[in-house]
Design a protein around this ligand. Structure first.
Ligand code: DC
Length: 218
């Protein structure tokens, strides 16, 4: 049976997570937050005191890590049995994730873990290379973007709401740096996948973006 997939790719802070979760819930489909896999790996690597350029050691951690996702009201992630949810969102984790994600050997290890999320009745997959590399045959592909300024503003608000200390100009710099690293890397760079519909969310509400994605599928 062909299990349908909607891929939602785009730069950090474009609203992919919120939109993907809402679309998955509306359709009753499964949800893959691929960024959280790279983020979990980054946490495991940092916890083990491994340098972010020690590729063989990072690959070993990626091979050995056991991840469990629980999709309730919000996503809960366990790394080797330990709840790491509260560490996932931090900028330190995001930046380290972007660094480990640039290594092709690391991406190769994590590829199958991501494909395994394709379970009936369907999957909404959010990331950077969902439509280009992991699910190139997906029937519905979206590229969700927004200006760097708008994304930095949203990220800042999110962090403050979560009680995490944040600095807007630093976040803007980090978003631009992350965009550059995610787009310029040689393996599976952030790109508009072939056949994708681009949605610029800079001046759209979350509901408008959700409606646009649902319209695409219906
Ligand atoms: O979507 P996110 O911010 O949680 O992702 C964190 C980092 O993980 C991002 O900067 C790049 C990497 N990533 C990736 O390389 N490929 C994906 N499919 C998802 C995330």
């Amino acid at each position: 049976m062909n299990i349908p997939v909607i891929t939602i790719d785009g730069p950090s802070g474009a609203g992919k997570g919120t939109v993907s979760r809402a679309v998955a819930k509306l359709l009753g489909w499964n949800y893959l937050d691929s960024g959280s896999i790279y983020r979990s790996l980054a946490i495991a690597v940092l916890q083990a005191g491994i340098a972010l350029d020690d590729v063989p050691a990072i690959v070993r951690v990626a091979e050995a890590m056991r991840l469990a996702f629980e999709c309730g009201e919000s996503l809960l992630v366990r790394l080797n049995g330990v709840d790491i949810t509260s560490q996932l969102a931090s900028e330190t984790t995001g930046n380290a994730a972007s660094i480990v994600a640039a290594y092709p050997e690391v991406r190769a290890v994590l590829l199958q873990k991501q494909k395994d999320f394709r379970q009936a009745p369907g999957l909404v997959a959010d990331g950077r290379d969902m439509g280009s590399v992991v699910f190139p045959e997906a029937e519905f592909k979206v590229y969700l973007t927004a200006s760097a300024e708008e994304r930095a503003n949203r990220r800042y608000k999110q962090l403050i709401e979560k009680g995490i200390d944040a600095n807007l100009s630093q976040i803007t710099r980090e978003i631009e740096e992350r965009d550059r690293r995610d787009s310029e890397r040689a393996t599976a760079p952030l790109t508009v996948p072939e056949g994708a519909t681009t949605i610029d969310s800079s001046s759209l509400s979350i509901q408008q973006v959700i409606d646009a994605v649902i319209n695409l599928v219906r």
